[in-house]
Design a protein around this ligand. Structure first.
Ligand SMILES: [Zn+2]
Ligand SMILES: [Zn+2]
Length: 119
């Protein structure tokens, strides 16, 4: 079924497409202030269910949402909440993990730690 995108819905998606990073619902809301927060939440969940965007549980913070141009991984700083997006070839990761024969459908690495923000 093809859902027609309402203006608000499209505005929310455009924000995520433009930012190219993972945003919390509150951060999305700040960028589309004319859409109320409940609507932002509802649409983010909708896009997640439709697999248009990804819902990421990166740390102790609230979930963040991201429009992924290509599959990639994340390293998140637990002190300043900076998120680093990085790619790594699936084949290399499989090799390192010793699961070369495993057919991967979805592979996502989340690294938690502390970045160099103090330097
Ligand atoms: Zn940091
Ligand atoms: Zn990302």
């Amino acid at each position: 079924m093809k859902t027609r995108l309402t203006k608000k819905r499209q505005a929310i998606l455009n924000v995520l497409k433009k930012q190219r990073t993972a945003l919390s619902a509150a951060e999305v809301h700040a960028l589309v202030p004319d859409v109320d927060l409940a609507t932002v939440y509802r649409n983010l969940e909708h896009f997640t269910n439709e697999k248009v965007i990804k819902k990421l549980q990166l740390g102790t913070q609230e979930a963040r949402f991201e429009f992924q141009h290509e599959p990639h991984h994340h390293a998140v700083c637990t002190e300043c909440n900076r998120v680093i997006h990085f790619t790594a070839p699936d084949d290399r990761i499989k090799e390192l993990l010793g699961i070369k024969e495993f057919q991967v459908d979805d592979l996502e690495v989340t690294v938690r730690g502390v970045c160099n923000h103090k330097k």
